[in-house]
Design a protein around this ligand. Sequence first.
Ligand SMILES: [Zn+2]
Length: 192
Amino acid sequence: MSKVLDEVLTANQTYAADFGDKGKLPMPPGRRFAILTCMDARLDPAKYAGLAEGDAHVIRNAGGRASDDAIRSLVISYKLLGTREWFVIHHTDCGMETFTDDVMRKLLRGSLKTASVDANGWHDPGGVGSHEGEHISWLTISNLEKSVVEDVERIRRHPLVPGEIPIYGYIYDVRSGRLVEVPEATAAGVAR
Ligand SMILES: [Zn+2]
């Protein structure tokens, strides 16, 4: 068995052994809010936002971007499961700041192997690649505050998102663990 697989299954046994009443939790999030944030391994929304099982929806993708699929989840979150407030939380030192669509597409054309990065940028080891990367918008980030504002604005303007849901824009600082507001984003996300 793979080491990681073994570790995950062992950890799960320990978790499930002490599961308690959590098996009786209802499906709708008890604290009626949702967080859209990055998949970065350093971010633990349950810890940085004080969540327990059953509290809130956490939607994660590369960058915490307001992609069509993130909006799909947010719409389900309020329409069917009753959330009433949303957070968009990007973070410092995000990997999405380290490349562009062109860079990613070129790397994928080069090969499907893991690329390496140094002071001169990303490098592909070479091999067999694919042009399929051309068809994906990679939603990279060139300015962190701007990306939070853009995503809050996109969600705010979306025809399936009701005006009464406030959307808060924040940046999580990976060096301190603190959430820092992006006032322009929160202003754009104010409930109407
Ligand atoms: Zn990130």
